[in-house]
Design a protein around this ligand. Structure first.
Ligand code: SF4
Length: 347
């Protein structure tokens, strides 16, 4: 008989774990103890679980991988943003970015190695898709970063805006969200989790029925011709379909969908284009984040002048829209939106 490969235990929801412990001859309630040890006590070795029998600890040691990621490097920017480089079990690498904004500590998660969508302003677009991350590889980004922060600082918010298009890896992302929000696990509130999509329309409704997280949409243009040029996904799911899917998304009362709009000098930053944006979003409960582009080496785009940025914002203000200018963080360590190199940032 061949050797049974160890499982990555962070792929398992509590229900899966209950089935697994029963299958190896343990009592069902042991799954809760295991869950609490992994996510509540942040153990690094099954030997630390004094509440489990020695025999069970041995089974866990030989039958499971406790972590899916190896931390390779942490870099800290002048603004205290921290970029984490992780190696996966097959040697591929991903990055996560922690953005401190006390009392918030927001962790930007990757969902894929690379990305197939090829947005023109994003470094990952040049990389192509290497593979999807597993739920364990998503969950472990949170565990590893929390471990690095120690007991004094807790991650408060999660955003799926790192490397990859999360809706192109929906099953693993939803599974990871179930684990991250389990009260016996890391116990994140759904209200503190935001998923950003470039606009995979069919998966938006699947997400809405699977889990009540906040939705953000990377928009970047309010006209089809320009958006298709900047974001090829728009050729498959043009704006009319995208906005309809946003209207139908089950956004909780008093919540809004966030629309991300990277301002690119001379491309999408004209007041006329701001007026198009107002028209496009008039039927959606929305707020807009304007993100002045961070030029990176080899990029053909530039950052607009402060005057142009403020003039664009003013058009939206006058239309009573909720709009903020959000500067990318961590630019000096390549952690800003669209700058990650092992990965990228889905802006
Ligand atoms: S912006 Fe997001 S969806 Fe577009 S290529 Fe980059 S990672 Fe992919």
């Amino acid at each position: 008989m061949g050797r049974v490969e160890p499982i990555f235990i962070q792929n398992y929801t509590l229900t899966d774990l209950e089935l697994w412990v029963e299958a190896i001859g343990e009592r069902r309630f042991r799954a809760r103890q295991v869950f609490r040890n992994i996510y509540g006590r942040h153990i690094n070795d099954w030997g630390e679980c004094s509440d489990l029998s020695k025999m069970f600890r041995l089974q866990l040691e030989h039958g499971t991988h406790l972590h899916a990621l190896t931390l390779q490097e942490v870099r800290e920017a002048a603004d205290a943003t921290r970029k984490y480089l992780f190696e996966l079990s097959d040697g591929l690498r991903i990055e996560s970015v922690l953005i401190p904004d006390p009392p918030r500590q927001t962790l930007c998660l990757s969902s894929q190695v690379g990305c197939a969508l090829g947005c023109r302003f994003c470094l990952t677009g040049t990389m192509g898709l290497k593979r999807n991350l597993t739920a364990a590889e998503i969950v472990d980004q949170v565990c590893r970063v929390q471990e690095d922060l120690g007991a004094g600082r807790r991650i408060t918010n999660l955003v799926f805006m790192g490397m990859g298009e999360p809706l192109a890896n929906l099953d693993a992302v939803v599974r990871a969200i179930h684990i991250l929000t389990d009260p016996l696990g890391l116990a994140f509130s759904h209200r503190r989790i935001t998923l950003s999509t470039a606009g995979l329309v069919p998966q938006m409704s699947r997400l809405g029925s699977a889990t009540p997280v906040n939705l953000a949409v990377s928009l970047h243009a309010a006209e089809d011709a320009l958006r298709s040029e900047l974001m090829p996904v728009n050729r498959t799911y043009p704006l009319e379909q995208l906005i309809r899917a946003c209207r139908e998304y089950p956004t909780p009362p008093r919540k809004r969908i966030t629309f991300e709009y990277i301002l690119l000098d001379g491309i999408n930053d004209h007041p006329r284009q701001a007026r198009e944006l107002v028209k496009l979003l008039h039927s959606v409960r929305s707020k807009v984040n304007l993100i002045p582009f961070n030029p990176h080496e080899g990029s053909v785009f530039g950052r607009p002048s402060e005057r142009a940025i403020l003039a664009f914002q003013e058009v939206l203000h006058k239309a009573q829209m909720t709009v903020i200018i959000r500067e990318s963080r961590g630019a000096d360590i390549g952690a800003a939106c669209g700058q990650l190199v092992a990965g990228s940032a889905c802006a």
